[in-house]
Design a protein around this ligand. Structure first.
Ligand SMILES: [Zn+2]
Length: 333
């Protein structure tokens, strides 16, 4: 009812910004670092390194004793299934900030990124406390999910002696559902009449130093495959290290673009607005030997069969993202 007066303008932002620098109630780990939780974690992650579970192997390692996986840092102080309830009368500054945003209609929430830094490895018996400070509340941002505010929290993890063992920067987006990409555009933003309606762009790939070459190559209509610089084995998807010989150095080769359908699916749901459905997706085995996942185009779905010869073509209506697709090989090519 008072939504417009709380969300419009600088006053609302100032109320949010007033939370910057405020400390959130500290979380004390319910249990010390222990073997049972470590064992469940590494089993779930598929990490068989004995330094986490085998006392003898750990004793012989550089650590000298069992250590907890570094990325478990946040796990030790998690409040558990029933510890996260947030009521209107909650005095914790973080709860108050979230309630303020909820009341203004920013009821959606998504975690956007998390960075951790480790000061030392944790050992069995370490008792961890997490102290959080609300670092920053952003100005109102327009995002693909909706209009909202990013909240960045800095968390310091300390041991029983108060010594810092690690830190974390944790960012969430509180957004107003229904105001993101795909929502009705405000009249002022309507495209000029002459311009045809534009398809929503494809979701952007997550690029890293290891896979960027693939997308940069695609922008030039070149299908590149990563190659180990030491043993020459080709690999896809890209990864930092050779599975066969362990080398880190790599270069790329350009594929000829011919291959066969190794397998395929026809996707009906869920439907993402950037794509047309039914959407055939192939696992394409290239002549060079690696496989990649790509859309199959220019072919009736009922005609797609395993083993079918295909060749690369490029989906390039999007000026910022060109991706390979495969069509039936044309005779003589
Ligand atoms: Zn190799």
């Amino acid at each position: 009812m008072h939504e417009s007066e709380t969300t419009d303008g600088a006053a609302f932002l100032a109320r949010c910004k007033a939370f910057e620098g405020r400390e959130v109630d500290a979380l004390v780990a319910p249990d010390p670092v222990n073997q049972a939780m470590i064992r469940h974690w590494v089993e779930a992650m598929g990490d068989a390194n004995p330094v986490y579970t085998d006392p003898d192997a750990a004793a012989a390692s550089v650590h000298g004793e069992i250590i907890a996986p570094a990325v478990m840092l946040q796990a030790w102080t998690m409040p558990g299934l029933h510890g996260n309830a947030r009521g209107p009368g909650d005095t914790n500054p973080q709860s108050q900030l979230l309630n303020l945003l909820d009341d203004a209609g920013f009821v959606g929430v998504v975690a956007t990124d998390s960075e951790q830094e480790y000061v030392r490895m944790l050992h069995l018996g370490d008792h961890i406390t997490a102290r959080s400070v609300i670092d920053e509340v952003s100005t109102e941002k327009r995002t693909a999910l909706g209009v909202g505010h990013f909240i960045t929290t800095r968390i310091d993890y300390t041991d029983a002696d108060g010594e810092l063992v690690g830190t974390q920067r944790w960012r969430i987006l509180k957004f107003r559902p229904g105001t993101g990409r795909g929502a009705a555009a405000p009249p002022a933003a309507a495209a000029p009449e002459a311009e045809p309606p534009r398809r929503m762009p494809r979701p952007r790939p997550g690029t890293t130093l290891d896979n960027l070459f693939f997308f940069e190559g695609a922008m030039e209509r070149r299908l590149l495959i990563q190659r180990c610089a030491a043993c020459q084995v080709l690999r896809h998807p890209p990864q930092p290290r050779c599975d066969r010989c362990g080398a880190y150095d790599w270069d790329t080769v350009e594929a000829c673009g011919r291959g066969t359908v190794y397998s395929f699916v026809v996707n009906h749901y869920p439907q993402v607005p950037a794509f047309d459905y039914p959407l055939p997706i192939g696992l394409i085995e290239l002549e060079e030997g690696t496989r990649l996942v790509a859309q199959i185009v220019d072919c009736p779905i009922e005609d797609i069969v395993v083993g079918m010869a295909v060749e690369v073509t490029w989906l390039d209506d999007d000026p910022e993202l060109v991706v390979p697709a495969f069509r039936p090989a044309r005779s003589g090519s």
